[in-house]
Design a protein around this ligand. Structure first.
Ligand code: SAM
Length: 307
């Protein structure tokens, strides 16, 4: 089911996981640029990006690794759209869709560098560690940026999740918006208009009270911007199918960020993760990443032991 949530997200043309926060994307890009630049890579290196999505990290890899000839392999279990990003690649690129991190179609010891921006942690940890260890060559490295359980992003996501949960539990909201559409589609006389305004007000009031109850979760979800044009009395171009589409896409959105909350690591669970990597012949160091002075994620850097 979460695959469907990602398919839907990438099909909508999104480029990153944090489209509503430009500062996050800009600073994260900087973090990745610095991390990739300090890597020592051999010529003709084989690179593998896990869970590449629509290429937020792919674009950074392509732009920052121009002087080292390499083959860039990208995989994701979703239907991703990388054509735009790959158009600027100087070296060979290979895309593997419908491929899981738990069962990767790459030979043992075939990769010199494995990278992942918020994707490694979505897979089953034991299988993911086993696969990463299997495909890495001796001395091969990885860099994984993973969700932090207590980050400011998680706090926002928690509120958005509870706001959307309240919205889906509210029996009247969807019915009221449907009723507005029905009235708008009839020949509008003045009494219709008054009725539409009254129902629209109650929809806004409902949304406001759910926003307060979820600490701003409704406001941060973007749902208000989607619903306002539908209930606006001067907008006659509304349809039931548009509302259905909005509702379905917010259900998938909630599922997606709910999953993000579940896969986050804290300093204790990271210790267990590092130990599991060590048992798979990979030494790992962990660096917390701060954005705007607040905890954002953890960057894991690993090296496959040579002996
Ligand atoms: C949070 S997104 C990150 C996408 C991209 N790396 C970025 O930074 O924009 C997580 C990605 O991992 C993929 N994914 C989740 N679980 C996966 C699995 N078990 N195997 C392969 N891909 C997976 C999803 O389809 C999604 O594209």
């Amino acid at each position: 089911m979460s695959k469907q949530a990602w398919d839907n997200y990438w099909a909508s043309g999104m480029h990153s996981c944090f489209p509503k926060n430009e500062i996050t994307d800009t600073e994260l890009k900087q973090v990745w640029n610095n991390s990739i630049k300090q890597l020592a890579l051999k010529d003709h290196a084989q690179l593998l990006e896990l869970g590449c999505g629509n290429g937020f990290l792919t674009e950074i890899i392509i732009a920052s690794l121009t002087s080292i000839r390499h083959i860039l392999n990208m995989m994701d279990y979703s239907q991703v759209q990388l054509d735009k990003v790959l158009a600027s690649a100087q070296y060979e690129t290979r895309v593997f869709q419908n491929t899981t991190i738990e069962q990767m179609p790459f030979n043992d010891a075939s990769m010199d560098l494995v990278l992942a921006n918020f994707s490694f942690e979505y897979a089953d940890p034991d299988k993911a560690i086993q696969q990463v260890s299997r495909v890495l060559s001796k001395g091969g490295q990885f860099l994984f940026n993973i969700h932090a359980k207590n980050s400011f992003v998680s706090a926002i996501s928690t509120n958005v999740c509870s706001g959307l949960q309240l919205m889906f539990k509210n029996k009247y909201l969807f019915a009221n918006i449907n009723e507005i559409i029905r009235l708008k589609q009839q020949l509008t006389d003045i009494s219709h208009k008054t009725e539409i305004i009254a129902i629209s007000r109650s929809v806004i009031d409902e949304l406001k009270s759910m926003d307060i109850a979820s600490n701003g979760g409704i406001g941060n979800s973007g749902v208000i911007e989607d619903i306002l044009p539908i209930i606006n009395t001067s907008n006659s171009m509304v349809s039931f199918s548009r509302l259905e589409h909005i509702w379905e896409s917010y259900k998938l959105y909630q599922m997606r960020i709910q999953q993000q909350l579940e896969v986050g690591y804290d300093s204790d669970s990271i210790k267990i993760l590092v130990k599991a990597f060590n048992q798979s012949a990979i030494d790992v160091s962990v660096k917390p990443i701060y954005i705007d002075g607040k905890l954002f994620s953890y960057m894991l850097q690993g090296v496959k032991r040579s002996n």
